[in-house]
Design a protein around this ligand. Structure first.
Ligand SMILES: *[C@@H]1O[C@H](CO)[C@@H](O)[C@H](O)[C@H]1NC(C)=O
Ligand SMILES: *[C@@H]1O[C@H](CO)[C@@H](O)[C@H](O)[C@H]1NC(C)=O
Ligand SMILES: *[C@@H]1O[C@H](CO)[C@@H](O)[C@H](O)[C@H]1NC(C)=O
Ligand SMILES: *[C@@H]1O[C@H](CO)[C@@H](O)[C@H](O)[C@H]1NC(C)=O
Length: 692
């Protein structure tokens, strides 16, 4: 990093020299260059070692070729097809195209959407503009637009949404911004939208190293390695049997191993390590406001291709129940983005991995300058038109410290479209604004787009979901103060026993080591990410070949004895068995009269039916049954959670006895290895003794 620092110093001197020359020779008023300190910092980022010439070029637009639009700023040049708006090429640092030129023109850099008419199969569609326009152009910034307007003649073939794809290039930036606006005027037919992305397919020979966090980065296999490998239980997972790099032999590649929660998905991308002048290609997402389903929704980042994705909306780790559903005639307008595609480079004498640390710094700068003040769309709400909410959340549980107020330490607090408590995790259409409270429960949500919201929260360490009991209406410039909100988490009586930690994840439970023949070596060294290995679910049958898991309260420990997922048992020949887990607990005295409560919090569920009996298994009907529920695919996709579910189940005391009692938890659907639930936390409560 020292070297980078020196380089920047040199670059700064050169830049200063350049600016001075410019100041002396350019006609007119050059003063703005000095005022715009952000521009000057950006100048430095555009500098690279192999060509340490700080660029001060004005932004240019070239439309001479009728099929193409070229925007450039002396640092980066982006060529797009017109009027479609596909990115054909990104030229940077003497490299003609960072994208894969061998791909078809529509298959290098593009927006896409997955949609369906209700009840019909879904369609993948690249967004294909039909009308090009220059939104704004001066020497400091160009913004261009590629619009596709829906008309009834496109019924059934095109998603009934008007889509505007925008690209912005600014003077001195080492990269460009992209965003898209989805709009439904009146009279459009019904539709469901499952996915909206911005995709970049990079030059395969060049980009070999991928980074999505300080710890999660590695040299990656190639697409060819996947093609010559052996697909595993689903096509995304491939055992690399014939890789170009021997080091990868016997590893598993699966794009879902590189998923990330929205809140952490801010910068990821690729480095060309072996090239003469290493370059980095980074997707920076400065805000989560436009992503769907809240801060802990997981989504894809970068993966073998080499591909870099910006996921705006998806149903990953949640399922169809979070689709964006539009009724016939329903109007809509939302801006997805802007995101920043950042490019950086170092000389070949420097460690190329400093490109990652530099990208992280750039991400921080983008986050600090959010919301941007330069996008030109009327639909984009600039910083001056936004509002904020400040407040404090407390927790009150009558069975903890006599009901004294507790701080909602590190609570997740957010605004989302109005709905029931917890509805935000299935909400995919509106903007969401989330923050984490401090240790004392204070929170601030800045830069909120005007509109009506509910304020939601959940607090690590407590079950359930909070919703403030009034609509929060944000107007431009408003600051709403919500003093001491109080969350009363679900609770009916004192704790008899508990299993796990209420945090919406199964990460604290027993996660087996991966099969040595099915590893992603990246995660062998990283205990926190152990759950991202392929095939962990299969270990259940190894550990419990004949009889199922039994957990004895007081003797078992959840980190060793509670398998992270309640899966089916593979009995060979593609047959699976339903499994029934037992919790044995001892009551020293005759049960108290009344209802005990079983608080059952789940971290994930997929095509499951969960049935519960107490003591007498197989009584009909069971004490509790969920019915078929869940579709989050968190088991095969190595998510340690999907959607959160909470069931508060009455347990009449006459079902319990003095001495040993057994709770039977059965997941009764068993046609695949991927059915099952993950538990977050289980608690048995005594009948109420306090007035609450
Ligand atoms: C929430 O609001 C509704 C409707 O105004 C009201 O009936 C209810 O009592 C309120 N609940 C609480 C806990 O304040
Ligand atoms: C596996 O299932 C197939 C089809 O049901 C059956 O024909 C075959 O005998 C089974 N093999 C074993 C080893 O059970
Ligand atoms: C106990 O639970 C049952 C089943 O939910 C319910 O019908 C009953 O009213 C409850 N009894 C008390 C005292 O809360
Ligand atoms: C209760 O269960 C525990 C653990 O399974 C066992 O050791 C104990 O003997 C049982 N007690 C009775 C009275 O059955």
């Amino acid at each position: 990093m020292k070297k980078v620092g020196e380089l920047r110093k040199q670059a700064f001197l050169l830049w200063w020299f350049g600016m001075t020359v410019l100041f002396c020779f350019l006609p007119g008023d050059c003063f703005p260059y000095y005022e715009k300190t952000t521009v000057s910092r950006r100048e430095l980022r555009g500098v690279n070692a192999s060509n340490p010439r700080p660029s001060i070029s004005a932004v240019k637009l070239n439309t001479e070729d009728h099929d193409q639009v070229v925007i450039e700023n002396g640092i980066v040049q982006v060529t797009l097809s017109s009027p479609e708006g596909y990115i054909l090429g990104i030229s940077y640092d003497g490299i003609d195209n960072l994208l894969e030129s061998r791909n078809d023109e529509q298959d290098r850099g593009y927006f896409d959407v997955v949609w369906n008419k209700p009840g019909k199969n879904s369609t993948f569609q690249r967004i294909h503009g039909t009308e090009f326009s220059v939104v704004s152009l001066d020497e400091n910034q160009v913004e261009i637009s590629f619009v596709r307007t829906w008309t009834p003649s496109l019924e059934g073939e095109n998603v009934p949404i008007n889509i505007d794809q925008r690209y912005i290039l600014r003077r001195g930036d080492s990269g460009f911004y992209s965003y898209t606006i989805f709009e439904r005027p009146e009279g459009f037919p019904e539709v469901q939208v499952d996915q909206i992305r911005n995709v970049f397919k990079l030059q395969e020979d060049r980009f070999v190293y991928m980074a999505i966090s300080d710890a999660r980065q590695r040299y990656m296999p190639t697409m060819k390695d996947r093609e010559t490998g052996q697909p595993l239980a689903y096509p995304e997972a491939v055992l690399l049997t014939n890789p170009s790099n021997e080091d990868f032999r016997g590893e598993v590649d699966d794009k879902y191993q590189y998923s990330c929660e929205n809140k952490d998905n801010r910068v990821h991308g690729w480095v060309s390590v072996d090239a003469e002048a290493p370059v980095g290609f980074w997707v920076i997402t400065p805000s989560n406001e436009f992503r769907n389903a809240g801060p802990i929704k997981q989504d894809l980042t970068s993966h073998v291709g080499p591909f870099a994705l910006s996921m705006f909306v998806s149903t990953h780790y949640a399922g169809k129940e979070i689709t964006m559903e539009f009724q016939g005639g329903e109007t809509y307008k939302k801006v997805f983005g802007p995101i920043f595609v950042y490019l950086n480079s170092v000389s070949n004498s420097e460690n190329p991995l400093t490109l990652w640390t530099d990208a992280v710094q750039q991400m921080s700068k983008e986050v600090k300058s959010w919301p941007y003040d330069f996008p030109q769309s009327q639909a984009y709400i600039p910083p001056t038109q936004r509002g904020s909410v400040v407040g404090r959340l407390l927790v009150q549980d009558w069975y903890i410290r006599g009901g004294r107020f507790l701080f909602a330490n590190s609570a997740y607090v957010g605004l989302a479209l109005p709905g029931a408590a917890g509805s935000w995790q299935r909400e995919s259409k509106g903007y969401q604004f989330w923050t984490q409270a401090n240790k004392k429960g204070y929170f601030v949500m800045n830069n909120v787009v005007p509109g009506d919201y509910n304020l939601f929260a959940w607090v690590p360490g407590f079950i359930g979901d909070y919703r403030y009991n009034a609509t929060v209406t944000i107007t431009p410039g408003s600051v709403i103060k919500l003093d001491s909100l109080v969350y009363n988490p679900p609770r009916k009586g004192s704790t008899v026993w508990e299993i796990g930690v209420p945090d919406r994840s199964a990460a604290e439970f027993y996660i087996p080591d991966p099969y040595p023949t099915l590893m992603n070596k990246l995660y062998n060294e990283q205990p926190k990410d152990k759950f991202r290995q392929y095939g962990l679910w299969e270990h259940y049958a190894d550990l419990y070949p004949n009889s199922d898991l039994v957990y004895t309260v007081g003797a078992s420990s959840y980190d060793q004895d509670w398998f992270y997922a309640h899966v089916t048992r593979n009995t060979g020949n593609r047959t699976y068995q339903a499994t029934t887990w037992q919790i044995i607990f001892n009551l020293q005295y005759d049960p108290f009269k009344g209802n005990y409560t079983l608080q059952l919090a789940l971290a994930a569920a997929a095509n499951s039916v969960l049935k519960i009996w107490i003591n007498e298994q197989d009584s009909v009907p069971p004490l509790f049954e969920t019915g078929k529920f869940g579709g989050d695919s968190a088991i095969p996709r190595h998510g340690i959670h999907g959607l959160y579910w909470l069931f508060s189940i009455d347990v009449p005391s006459d079902l319990l006895v003095k001495g040993n009692n057994t709770i039977h938890l059965q997941q009764s659907l068993a046609i695949s290895p991927f059915q099952g639930v993950m538990y977050d936390y289980i608690r048995l409560e005594r009948p109420p003794t306090l007035r609450t």
